[in-house]
Design a protein around this ligand. Structure first.
Ligand SMILES: [Zn+2]
Length: 211
């Protein structure tokens, strides 16, 4: 089956322009990578950490999953790809900045809201089982608020909960205790392009100072 035009045309433009311009960078990267940050972000097509921060190839080691979740660590976390990405990024690549990038209008978080408030039934699919990881965050949101406010609130609480789970992972715990790791919680608003950063002491999201 031939590639569809949107892939062919995109690739042609990339190889002729982007790759041609960055040939030396790719040559250097072919010898290895030394990323500045490990990013956990959502699969959502509207959220691209490397574009938002104008990162180059080689800058970000990115793991994407539905709703940018870091599940609770268990001793038998077999088959947990998020944990595998963290172990590789921190252990082998020695990355020392982690960014959890959440976002507005998150379909995964919306699905979680619907499941936990019984608007939708569990169908025991992989998606529902994955989304159950958000349950502790759901317990912290104010359910008297409007639907949109609950969604935004759960998107942010999920980031806080994911960081809490992250810090219990042995390799993270070890680096943290030596103060060798920086962890950032960010929430991106699609409509405005605004990014808010988690103030970890106050457990609230704040605008960047220049916005
Ligand atoms: Zn999402």
């Amino acid at each position: 089956m031939p590639l569809p035009d949107f892939l062919l045309n995109g690739y042609k433009d990339w190889i002729d322009n982007t790759f041609a311009r960055k040939k030396n960078l790719f040559k250097k990267l072919s010898r290895g990578q030394n990323p500045k940050a490990l990013v956990i972000s959502c699969c959502d097509s509207r959220v691209h950490a490397d574009k938002i921060f104008k990162a180059d190839e080689g800058d970000f080691f990115i793991h994407r999953n539905i709703a940018n979740i870091i599940p609770k660590y268990k001793n038998s976390s077999k088959g947990n790809e998020t944990l595998a990405a963290l172990e590789y990024g921190l252990g082998s690549l020695k990355i020392r900045n982690i960014i959890i990038l959440g976002h507005s209008n998150c379909g995964g978080i919306n699905h979680a809201l619907n499941l936990f408030s019984n608007k939708e039934e569990y169908k025991n699919q992989s998606l529902d089982n994955w989304i159950k990881n958000i349950k502790p965050a759901y317990k912290l949101i104010d359910r008297n608020k409007s639907g949109k406010e609950q969604l935004n609130s759960l998107e942010k609480m999920n980031i806080i909960n994911s960081i809490s789970n992250l810090e219990k992972i042995p390799i993270v715990n070890k680096l943290n205790s030596k103060k060798q790791l920086n962890i950032y919680g960010l929430w991106f608003e699609i409509k405005s392009g605004k990014i808010m950063i988690l103030n970890r002491e106050k457990k609230i999201f704040e605008n960047f100072s220049y916005l």
